[in-house]
Design a protein around this ligand. Structure first.
Ligand code: NPW
Ligand code: K
Length: 502
């Protein structure tokens, strides 16, 4: 599937430009949209006893009239219901006039088991919570457990944000047009869409390209051209060297999980930087991964100067406080040639009282690329105003945060958003609930650093790491613990390397 995601405004602009450029006018696009939906209804529900098409007042309803006409023509039993008449002169009004069926008022909707619902109430134009007859129709259909095919978006779901502010359909299938919208991937919208089918309705790729879209579905296509593929003549340090900071003796496991994530990403060498009092416990558990003492900023400075690591991770199990801040700022100021710094967990929390110091350091000339990996709680510590702004979607919030932090933000969750300071953002959707387990985020931080260390640009490294992490967790399935993740990376990595070589 294409990776660009269009906001409702961008989609309307694409429609407008496509209509100007031809070959389809608005009515032509609407016929194509309705045809695509009718095809999917027939494909998925060939034995439906009755299809109820529910039409709203806008062009989403217009698509519904086309669908009803085509399904009736194909011999299916179709009932048509409308909440309001379409606005005179609109494409929807033309579609309603061309439709061989007469709509009944939506208020009278009744539907029995065996029926399928086509939701053409509201799509991209949803502007407020669904109320009245439409709300009652959603409640009736939901209570009876009838399968719903949503046109463009399930009514009640915002295409821009995935938010739901009132009653909303839970579709089995959503057929959308030209490109998916953020609301198909962001939660809770994603959960209401069911299977998403993308239909080509004749909007040329060139029209989409002109829009300079900055929002994407996270998928290998987005970053594969940057994915590291080692040459035959490589050696270990050319494959990148990652430094990972360990916490004290009672909290070293998180850094080792991160180190394994970095190593399994294909980085050539990994060093755990440990306080003196945790060297023994780290040494007992490390084999191919190197170990070096770093209690003081001066020792860190010596490591950066001697070994010139290409990426670092600070945060997993590190402890919150002055030391985390000093070490982070020392790395960001070091100009040792490191390409990236991943700040996770305690590293993020350590800057809760002075986020500006972190953001300024990341903005300084020659600083390594900063990648922040907050879950919701950590995000709120660094960006309290953005977190509490109800009107912002996760996408907008993450984008603002990345611009403010001068770094890439990986806003974790079941709908992880990766945002870059230049305005690009990607939404991830290949995860699974098995990934919500202690230590899983530590492995992710290591994976990001491992890819950064191999020269991947920060946004692409972050997107690739999030996708790989989710893919590995989904394939592993139930029973996953964080220790399983690094070991399960190679088959996914092998597929990506093979695809990147092609
Ligand atoms: N040529 C094209 O552009 C193509 C478009 N296509 C299709 O068009 C769809 C977008 O069409 P659209 O812009 O007309 O928006 P749509 O979702 O039908 O709703 C707008 C109407 O609903 C009203 N309304 C909103 N929320 C409401 C609420 N809660 N409760 C009550 N009313 C509410 C709103 O009122 P208003 O906000 O103006 O007061 C307005 O009257 C898109 O999803 C796709 O399916 C395809 O055919 C391809 C070609
Ligand atoms: K709809």
């Amino acid at each position: 599937m294409k990776t660009e995601l269009l906001s409702p405004t961008e989609m309307a602009e694409a429609d407008r430009r496509a209509i100007v450029g031809g070959p389809f006018d608005g009515m032509g696009l609407m016929r194509n949209a309705g045809t695509a939906v009718a095809r999917e209804v027939m494909r998925h529900y060939p034995a439906a006893e009755q299809v109820h098409v529910l039409c709203g007042p806008g062009n989403n309803g217009g698509d519904g009239y086309v669908v009803a006409g085509l399904l009736a023509e194909s011999g299916m039993a179709v009932s048509l219901w409308a909440s309001e008449e379409p606005r005179p002169g609109s494409d929807a009004a033309v579609a309603a006039a061309e439709c061989p069926l007469q709509p009944a008022p939506l208020a009278a909707l009744d539907a029995d088991a065996g029926a399928v619902i086509v939701d053409a109430l509201y799509g991209a134009g949803l502007s407020r919570p669904v109320e009245g007859d439409s709300a009652r129709a959603i409640e009736l259909v939901t209570a009876r457990g009838l399968p719903v095919v949503a046109i463009d978006l399930p009514s009640g779901v915002s295409g821009a944000s995935g938010k739901i502010t009132g009653p909303a359909f839970r579709a089995a299938l959503t057929v959308t047009f030209a490109r998916r919208k953020p609301g198909h991937l962001l939660l809770p919208g994603r959960d209401h869409c069911g299977e998403v089918v993308l239909a080509d309705i004749g909007i040329p790729d060139a029209v989409i390209a002109e829009l300079n879209v900055r929002t994407f579905a996270n998928a290998p296509k987005l970053w594969l051209p940057h994915f590291p593929v080692p040459g035959v003549d490589t050696h270990k340090y050319r494959r990148g060297h990652v430094g990972i900071f360990s916490g004290g003796p009672a909290s070293t496991g998180a850094a080792r999980l991160s180190a394994l994530g970095a190593a399994r990403s294909g980085a050539g060498a990994v060093t755990v930087l440990s306080p003196a009092n945790a060297l023994a416990v780290n040494a007992m558990h490390l084999t191919s991964i190197m170990l070096r003492k770093a209690d003081e900023v001066s020792e860190l400075g010596a490591y950066l100067a001697d070994r010139r690591p290409s990426a670092l991770v600070l945060g997993p199990g590190f402890g919150v406080g002055d030391k985390a801040r000093e070490f982070t700022l020392a790395v960001l100021a070091s100009r040792s040639g490191a390409g990236g710094m991943v700040l996770d967990a305690d590293g993020i929390t350590s800057f809760r009282d002075e986020p500006a110091a972190l953001f300024e350091a990341a903005d300084a000339e020659g600083a390594p690329a900063l990648v922040l990996t907050p879950h919701d709680g950590e995000f709120a510590r660094l960006f309290p105003d953005l977190a509490s702004e109800e009107d912002l979607s996760k996408l907008e919030r993450s984008r603002e945060a990345a611009a403010r932090a001068h770094g890439v933000v990986i806003a974790k969750g079941a709908d992880t958003v990766i945002a870059a300071p230049d305005g690009r953002a990607a939404i991830n959707s290949n995860g699974a609930p098995w990934l919500a387990t202690a230590g899983s985020g530590d492995v992710l931080a290591g994976l990001v650093a491992g890819l950064l260390a191999q020269g991947m640009p920060a946004f692409e490294a972050a997107c690739a790491a999030v996708w790989m992490h989710a893919e590995v967790g989904s394939r592993f399935g139930p029973g996953l613990i964080a220790e399983d993740l690094p070991q399960a990376i190679p088959p996914v990595l092998a597929e990506l390397v093979a695809a990147a070589r092609r």
